[in-house]
Structures are given as structure tokens and as C-alpha cells.
Design a binder for this molecule. Structure first.
Ligand SMILES: NC(=O)C1=CN([C@@H]2O[C@H](COP(=O)(O)OP(=O)(O)OC[C@H]3O[C@@H](n4cnc5c(N)ncnc54)[C@H](O)[C@@H]3O)[C@@H](O)[C@H]2O)[C@@H](O)CC1
Ligand SMILES: Nc1ncnc2c1ncn2[C@@H]1O[C@H](COP(=O)(O)OP(=O)(O)O)[C@@H](O)[C@H]1O
Ligand SMILES: [K+]
Length: 535
């Protein structure tokens, strides 16, 4: 049985779903005012606990945030509270009051003339306590920290002046900003910047993770994100999400549960999966090695790698355990024909991963594997060739499962008629998966996976250290190896795909911790995969 915290940490909601969940809580009798006290009390406590973070711009440390930890000394931390018209502003005002009583030097920026009732009451009380309140940006005194309570998930339209220009000026101040619920100005679902948005150093996401936290376009604005769990009953979450296809964050517990561990004591290599990799060309030899090393880390029982004949000895030297199948090649050095060993055909394999480094000259090979009845992963040139064949019509004819692993450019070539993946990645992959009946993994800063039924997995953390040539090849091999091992087990394929993506990201994070973000070349990445599990 998963505990509550694990379940809550998997949930991802839209603004509408969050509103419906809150409405149920209020309808059941929880007073709005009590919930605001509870939520803001938790935020105020977290603000006091967070160790001072050095403020960075472009990787350079600009200043140290003075002590915010515990009670500030006299004349110590000055905190500016940015208050919007809705309950996000109400939360901020409760935080203002709490910090005031804890001895912080607090001031309030409240630029809106019309406030919601509860927010207005809190502002009135703050004023009675003698907390200075300013309406215009020009009046604001200096501060060591800003708390952003301008807008939460109630933001409905594009920000305009004067608030838009105020946000731009606040962003320029070189002061850390902690956002309540989400950085003001971001669309809660798409993560789109609505005019302009607060660039937070830290964001306290309230109650349940909102979709924006996993959209690439929002990442620069979120800073370090954390969930403030305010005890939303699981029954209310379930009641609201029941009919909607789920969007879930993949957590370590889920990912680890999907791995083929422990191995049964009585087994043999063919029971632990047989993967066929089809990759490489004279021009792109390294991609085949990296894909092979990714597959090696998966623990797959048997690994066969089909490459052009001229690459065979190179592959053998890097992957002595693998069966390297040298194939006849075209004049350009691409695989011309799949020449599998005697008594072997494509049905001998539990899974096939095809694409890295093939070049477009290997088109007949890609056609052949697509026509097979084997679980198939297509990546890189495999995807470019599929795009030319017409992805949706071609994939619909397949009997077995197909997993596509495009980056944004490949995605657009595959699915030119699906709405722009740059605008709303989750929606785009859902449509692509539904139309093609394939599992679609869209690579990016936050990789996301959709199945044809509309369920989505999100990899919640990663590192830009992975933005290097060849790291995608490693993922393809790793995923292929896990898929081959899963063939005999009853684990949904999308869970395997999400697990591979999580593992890949974690290896990047671990390698970057030890070697900096510059030290994670694709080969090094392969060496950290097993360390993720053994740590
Ligand atoms: N009330 C409570 O007890 C709780 C409050 N929470 C907080 O409440 C927030 C949601 O509160 P609200 O629904 O009041 O919404 P917000 O506080 O996010 O903002 C909505 C207000 O802004 C106005 N507005 C929207 N777009 C605008 C624009 N472009 N320019 C100017 N004004 C604009 C709306 O008319 C409305 O008055 C959450 O994000 C969270 O911070 C919850 O998280 C927890 C429970
Ligand atoms: N900014 C980033 N943050 C996290 N991961 C990233 C980032 N940029 C790229 N990646 C990851 O690196 C890999 C790159 O794969 P891909 O684009 O196929 O490159 P290649 O073909 O060179 O291997 C993907 O897994 C992607 O998710
Ligand atoms: K906010």
C-alpha cells in the first residue's frame, strides 16, 4: 500500500481540477478562512527554515541572502510582500502578519484597489499592526527577500501595465523572490508566460502539483519548487480526477517498483530479455556504442547489435558481451540489409530499438522492423524515416507496441498536424499518442510520456547537464533493455518507458553533482546509470 504522501506527490492537476477539489473541501465544511490560515502558516514556517540561498545570475553568485533562518536579529531581514487581488494575495498577507510577529521587518506592496473580501480584511489588519503598505512600485523600500502573492491559479488573462511593468522592475532587483503557489504571470496549465511573470528563486506549490511545474517554458521562472502539503483528503482528489486520464509525476518509489529487480534465482539469459539494437553508420559510429552501453546498464539478458559490417570490430571492442551482427552496407556506409545470424529472425527478440546514427539511407531497414510484430522503439533517424512514411497511418497498422522517443524537432516532423508541442507539451503528446496508437516520449528539460489512452507520466526532475550530443542514444539503449526484460512481465509499457526516462535523468543529476554540469558527456552518463540504483 502506498502511503498518502507518495500518492499525493504523484498527482498533477490543472487549474480547473484544483478549483473543483478546493470547492469540495469548502462544501464539506472547511472554512475558507481556516484553510488560508493553515496554508499560509505552513508557508511562513518554511520561509523561516530555508537556509539562505546565494543569489545567482548566469551561474555567478551575486550576494548572500542575509539570515532568514529562525528569528531575525533586530534590524535584520527585511521582507517585501507582494499582494494581488485574490486569495493568493490573502495567503501572502497572512505570511506578512506571521513574519511581522516573528520579528521581521515587513512591508507590503498592494497595487490593486479592489480586493476579494478575505484579502481585504487581512490587509486592513496588517495596516492596523503598523505594517507599511505601498501602492506604487516607486515607493518600495529595499528588502532582502520578496514574497510573491500577486496571482496564483486564478490568473485569467494576460498581465498588462502597470502590474506588468512592476513585475519587470521587481525581477531586476537582484533580490530572491519566493512565489506562493506559482510565479505570478504563469499559466497554471501550460506554464506559458502571460505577458510577463515573476522570476522566482523558490516556489511553494500549494496542496497538489500544478501542470505548469513540468512545462519546459515555465522552468526558468520556478526556481526551486517544493510542494506544501496541506492535507487535501485523497477522497476529494479521487472524486475530481476519476474521469480524467491521469497525469502523474514519476516518483522514485514507482520507478524502482517497475525495475526487473530482484531477479528470480532460477533463470537464464533468454528469460531476462533479448534486445536487438539496430543502429550506427560509417558516419555515426559513436551513437551505436552509446546505445549499446545504455542497454548494457539495463541488465538485459542478451544483447544483439546490428551495425554496418565496417563497424563490427569497433563495437566488439566496446561491448564484448554483446552479439554484434555485421550487416552489408550501402556505398554511404549505412546498413543496407539486416543480415541476422542463422536460425534467427526478428521474432527471436523480445524488443527492437532502432534508429540512432542510421542515416536516412537505412530506410528499408526501418520499414522492415515496422512491419514486424515485435515491440519496437524508434528514435533519431528511425523517426525521421517514419515521418517520411507518414507516421500516423504507418503506426496504426502495427500489431505490437511502438514507442517513439522524439525531441521537439523530431516530434514536429512526425506530427505536423498536432498542435504545437512548444505551447502545451502534455496536450501535444496526448494527441500524438491517441492518433498514432503509439507510446510517445517527448524529450526535453522535463521529459513526458503519453499512452494512446491519454495517461501521461512526467519526469519531475532532471539536469541541463544532459543537453549534450549522444545522451538521447543512451536513453534509447536503456529503454530497449528494460522493454525486452519486461516482455514476460505484466507491467504497463508506459510505466517501463517512464522508468527508463526517470533513471536516465537521475543518472544525469548524480553525475552532475559529482562532476558539475559540464562533466556529463554521454559516455560518462552510461557509467552513472548503475550508481543511481546502488547509491
Ligand atoms: N482561499 C484559501 O483558503 C486557499 C487559497 N489558496 C490560494 O488562493 C489562490 C487562488 O485564489 P484566487 O482564486 O482568488 O485567485 P488568485 O489569487 O490567483 O487571483 C485571482 C484574482 O486576480 C484577478 N485577475 C486574474 N487575472 C488578472 C489579470 N491578468 N490582471 C489583473 N487581475 C487579474 C481576478 O479577477 C481575481 O480577483 C491559490 O493560488 C492559492 O494561493 C489555496 O491554495 C489554498 C486555499
Ligand atoms: N535542458 C535539459 N534538461 C534536462 N534534460 C535535457 C535537457 N536537454 C536535453 N536533455 C535530455 O538529453 C537527451 C537528449 O537527447 P537527444 O535530443 O535525442 O540528443 P542526441 O540525439 O544527441 O542523443 C534527452 O533525454 C533529453 O531529455
Ligand atoms: K504567486
Amino acid at each position: 500500500m502506498q502511503n498518502r504522501q507518495e500518492k499525493i506527490s504523484q498527482v498533477v492537476v490543472t487549474a480547473v481540477q484544483m478549483r473543483d477539489i478546493e470547492d469540495r473541501i469548502f462544501a464539506a465544511g472547511m472554512p475558507v478562512v481556516a484553510l488560508m490560515e493553515k496554508v499560509a502558516g505552513l508557508i511562513a514556517r518554511r520561509i523561516q527554515e530555508i537556509p539562505p540561498t546565494p543569489l545567482k545570475k548566469g551561474g555567478y553568485i551575486l550576494s548572500n541572502t542575509p539570515f532568514l533562518r529562525g528569528s531575525p536579529q533586530a534590524g535584520g531581514s527585511r521582507v517585501g510582500i507582494l499582494v494581488g487581488p485574490g486569495h493568493n494575495g490573502g495567503d501572502a498577507l497572512v505570511v506578512a502578519r506571521e513574519l511581522h510577529f516573528r520579528g521581521y521587518e515587513v512591508w507590503i506592496y498592494s497595487p490593486f484597489s479592489k480586493l476579494k473580501e478575505l484579502t481585504s480584511q487581512h490587509l486592513q489588519y496588517a495596516q492596523s499592526l503598523g505594517i507599511p503598505i505601498y501602492q506604487t512600485i516607486e515607493q518600495l523600500p529595499n528588502s532582502d527577500l520578496l514574497i510573491d502573492g500577486l496571482f496564483g491559479f486564478g490568473l485569467e488573462r494576460k498581465l498588462t501595465n502597470p502590474i506588468a511593468s512592476a513585475i519587470n522592475q521587481l525581477n531586476e532587483l537582484s533580490v530572491p523572490i519566493y512565489s506562493i503557489d506559482l510565479p505570478s504571470g504563469l499559466h497554471t496549465d501550460t506554464g506559458e508566460v502571460l505577458g510577463t511573470a515573476i522570476r522566482a528563486t523558490h516556489t511553494f506549490c500549494l496542496g497538489l502539483w500544478k501542470l505548469a511545474f513540468f512545462q519546459d517554458q515555465a522552468l526558468e521562472y520556478l526556481g526551486k519548487a517544493e510542494l506544501i502539503d496541506f492535507d487535501i483528503p485523497l477522497a476529494d482528489v479521487k472524486a475530481v480526477l476519476k474521469d480524467a486520464p491521469s497525469i502523474r509525476r514519476i516518483t522514485p518509489a514507482t520507478a524502482l517498483a517497475n525495475l526487473p529487480l530482484p531477479r528470480p534465482s532460477v533463470t537464464h539469459k533468454y528469460k531476462e530479455g533479448h534486445l536487438l539494437l539496430i543502429c550506427g553508420s560509417r558516419r555515426y559510429a559513436g551513437g551505436a556504442i552509446l546505445t549499446g552501453l545504455g542497454a548494457r546498464a539495463s541488465g538485459v539478458g542478451m544483447l544483439s547489435i546490428a551495425v554496418p559490417e565496417s563497424l563490427k570490430s569497433l563495437l566488439v571492442s566496446h561491448l564484448p558481451e554483446a552479439l554484434i551482427v555485421g550487416c552489408p552496407e550501402t556505398e554511404t556506409g549505412a546498413i543496407a540489409q539486416l543480415q541476422l545470424p542463422e536460425k534467427t529472425d526478428l521474432s527471436s527478440f523480445n524488443a527492437i530499438a532502432c534508429g540512432p546514427g542510421l542515416t536516412q539511407d537505412a530506410t528499408p531497414i526501418v520499414q522492415e522492423v515496422i512491419e514486424s510484430d515485435r515491440p519496437l522503439i524508434l528514435d533519431a533517424d528511425g523517426l525521421n524515416i517514419l515521418a517520411q512514411m507518414g507516421a500516423i497511418a504507418t503506426l496504426k497498422k502495427r500489431q505490437a507496441v511502438t514507442v517513439l522517443t522524439p525531441h521537439t524537432g523530431e516530434f514536429q516532423r512526425l506530427f505536423p498536424d498536432v498542435p504545437d508541442a512548444k505551447h502545451d507539451r502534455m496536450q501535444a503528446i496526448r494527441e500524438a499518442a491517441a492518433q498514432s496508437e503509439a507510446i510517445v516520449l517527448l524529450k526535453g528539460s522535463r521529459t513526458a510520456i503519453a499512452n494512446p489512452q491519454g495517461a501521461v507520466w512526467i519526469v519531475p526532475e532532471s539536469t541541463p547537464a544532459l543537453a549534450r550530443g549522444g545522451s538521447g542514444d543512451v536513453l534509447t539503449g536503456l529503454l530497449g533493455g528494460l522493454l525486452a526484460q519486461a516482455a514476460t512481465k505484466e507491467i504497463p509499457i508506459e510505466n517501463i518507458v517512464a522508468t527508463a526516462a526517470w533513471w536516465h535523468s537521475q543518472a544525469g543529476i548524480l553525475a552532475a553533482q559529482e562532476r558539475t554540469e559540464l562533466g556529463v558527456d554521454a559516455f560518462t552518463l552510461t557509467q552513472y546509470l548503475i550508481k543511481v540504483l546502488s547509491n
